[in-house]
Design a protein around this ligand. Structure first.
Ligand SMILES: [Zn+2]
Length: 470
């Protein structure tokens, strides 16, 4: 075996995310830091370890029995393979072991098909099909299937990487879920941790629970991986969820883009952002999902919704307490950095909106009546006439309510463009609402009025919040 392996060299990292996760999983099984460091001995030891795990299932009657972890997983990972044939019940443990060992052995070099590996171009050792290549791992590659041949030619290091892939993933709820990134430095520790967890799970007694995993648990696992990483993240982070089973073929790939991944990481590394993180998380919660899980989901699918939810949460708090929540101050470093680093707002635009917010806070907070604030909320809500509101207020501002030293123009043309004539107008308006609340808190504004007036403003804030929560 050594000679042949020396011929094909080492485990390479290819353009296949599944093979890459598997390569790092092999490295973790061999206790080396990178696939590059897998010498022939370490590689062989890692492959042997995986084979031993499968051989151990030969004495197990059913997947749910102790030691049946890989048998149970095999229906989802390797359907119709040598570990789980239809006739398995009639086979002796010895027969089962023989078949498994044959499946995982390196084919004699005389039988190699004389075609290049579809992943790495080195000599393939065999044609492989669905049994060994999880759904999605083959589709992303050029089709090298020659006429008359079924399957994909792979070299031994590449197919062994695919066998190792589930070790570097999380197996639960009938799915394999793996975290992948083109940033190798990030992928290495993430995969190492996954391997450690999979090995522990395979050892643990089988859990007979049909409980649904909690909402967005897989997205949350990515968020946790990103936030606990101690270096800069240099590429997007993908969540790959798949099932190779006969009952259900599934492949779903979602990407958390690099800016949002790196920003999430900054909420642990930067003290000014760390402080407000818990409030940001609380702001994302819904009846069905925890705040952190929902934050994770939005980081993948709809980063702008994080800002919208945060504003809605603060308005909801206004509605409940009849005052702007002081939490807005703690959220400020998170909100502004999120707008600039994730939503890619221009720093100058953010500064303009903050300047406008200071003027609006001066206008709305000039006395303790809550009504003007409510009017601003209503103008911002769906169906509200924000432009009309600005027209009325601009006249007021020019003629009487302007504090000394402030610009005579309430809404300069540049600010107008940001709110009414920009593809990010909706997000700019949310940021403005946030910044106005922040400026009101900073100015120490305490709304006072009749119960009726406060009720009225609370309703305006509530309607805005509910809308944003959708
Ligand atoms: Zn290969």
């Amino acid at each position: 075996m050594t000679d042949v392996l020396n011929q094909c060299g080492q485990v390479w990292l290819t353009a296949s995310p599944l093979q890459r996760v598997g390569a790092f999983a092999l490295a973790a099984l061999a206790k080396v830091s990178h696939p590059d460091r897998l010498g022939v001995d370490a590689f062989t030891a890692a492959v042997d370890m995986m084979t031993r795990h499968l051989l151990a299932t030969a004495d197990v009657a059913k997947a749910a029995d102790a030691g049946g972890f890989w048998l149970g997983a095999s229906y989802m990972l390797w359907p119709n393979s040598k570990i789980n044939p239809t006739a398995r019940g009639k086979q002796s443990p010895g027969q089962r072991r023989e078949l498994i060992a044959e499946w995982r052995a390196l084919p004699e070099s005389a039988t190699w098909p004389d075609v290049p590996c579809a992943y790495c171009d080195r000599p393939a050792c065999k044609w492989f099909g669905k049994v060994d290549i999880p759904l999605g791992a083959s589709a992303e590659h050029r089709n090298t299937t020659a006429p008359g041949h079924e399957g994909t030619p792979l070299c031994y290091p590449c197919v062994a990487s695919l066998w190792a892939f589930p070790y570097g993933a999380s197996l639960s709820g009938g799915r394999v879920a793996a975290i992948h990134s083109w940033d190798d430095a990030f992928l290495a520790p993430v995969t190492r941790l996954a391997v450690k967890r999979t090995l522990a799970k395979a050892q643990a007694p089988a859990v007979r629970t049909k409980a649904q995993p909690s909402w967005y648990a897989r997205e949350l696992a990515v968020l946790e991986a990103v936030r606990s990483y101690d270096q800069r993240i240099r590429a997007g982070v993908e969540l790959i969820v798949l099932s190779n089973s006969n009952k259900e073929q599934l492949l779903r790939v979602q990407e958390m883009e690099q800016p949002v991944a790196e920003w999430l990481r900054s909420t642990t590394t930067r003290s000014d952002r760390r402080a407000g993180y818990r409030v940001l998380v609380a702001a994302q919660a819904s009846k069905s999902a925890s705040g952190e899980a929902f934050l994770a989901k939005r980081a993948f699918e709809d980063p702008a919704a994080v800002l919208h939810r945060t504003t809605a949460y603060l308005l909801g708090r206004f509605s409940a307490k009849g005052a702007v929540s002081a939490e807005v101050s703690g959220l400020a470093p998170l909100t502004y950095s999120y707008c600039i680093e994730v939503l890619m707002m221009d720093e100058k635009d953010v500064a303009r909106l903050k300047g406008l917010a200071v003027r609006l806070a001066a206008l709305l907070g000039q006395d303790s009546r809550p009504g003007p604030f409510g009017g601003f909320m209503r103008a911002n809500a769906k169906g509200g006439d924000l432009y009309g509101w600005f027209r009325t207020q601009s006249v007021q501002w020019l003629l009487k309510t302007r504090p000394a030293g402030m610009s005579r123009i309430l809404l300069p043309v540049e600010d107008y463009r940001l709110l009414f004539d920009d593809e990010r107008a909706w997000s700019h308006r949310r940021l403005l609402v946030f910044a106005v609340m922040e400026a009101l808190v900073e100015a120490g504004w305490q709304p006072m009025g009749s119960a009726e007036e406060l009720e009225d403003v609370s309703e305006a804030a509530e309607s805005f919040a509910v809308e944003e929560g959708n």
